[in-house]
Design a protein around this ligand. Sequence first.
Ligand SMILES: [Zn+2]
Length: 314
Amino acid sequence: MVEKKETKQQGNEENKKVKSHSYSKENNKKAEGSHSYSKEDNKKQEGSHSKESSNKKIFIYRIVVSIIMIVSIILVYVLNNLGNSKEVGAMTNNISNETFENAILSTNSVDNNTISTQHVTSEESLRKLNDWRLILVNYENTMAEDYVPPLANIDSARQFDARAIDSLTQMILDMKAVGIKNIWAQSTYRSPEKQKHLIDESIQEYLADGKTEEEARALTLNGIEEPYKSEHNLGLAVDFNNVDNAFEKEPAFPWLVENAANYGFILRYPKDKENITQIKYEPWHWRYVGPEYAKEMKNLGLCLEEYIEYLKNN
Ligand SMILES: [Zn+2]
């Protein structure tokens, strides 16, 4: 489009040049001060008149062509945008119709290709992507080594991000209030040093079991993330009760699936998202992202990795 504009401008300038040239011809004639127009002069004048009118035609023709081009470009742009927003609208409606349980328990996952549209990240999404509550820490996103969350104590042994601790304690209190007595936060914030210590400890146990160094390391890293690659280092993750799959069968689990988003928590490693999170299903591990994002993710049926991608494209 820019190129075309330039052509148009050049065209205008050329026309101006031609025009001023023909004017100067006329002026010259006047300046020559010929008393009477000879036949030859008339012919010349006629010639310059017809030249001028054909220049005018070319000029008008160029303007008309330029206008048609600009209008076409605008039309194409507007139609494209209309199409995209309709597509996204339809997609959002489809996804909101799915319940969170379905998103977690069924194998129907959201088609990633549908979400990847050609949108530019909006300012609103950029704001969200920079929110501390959405920090993504996973197998390919290591947290900044100098990131130290503001911490507050849950009890003498456990800490959580001070900005989210009230949501966690309130959620546990509300579960107890409806009769779910068997609920406690087993593992919350872990410093990267503690994380490293846990890994070393586990490797030692496997070595004692007769495994090779390589086997011991592989087996350990299958269950524990490396330092700076665990959400527990962020102070925003909580592991409930005995940190095992049996948690799924406890009354707390369906309650969390139904209500945790209202407190800002998401099931971080759902069963049907293993290929995206690269972490085996963990019913016990819940991550704080804030109610605004937790509810949106629940409605869209997206895990954190997918939600981050979704924001980048919207
Ligand atoms: Zn965990």
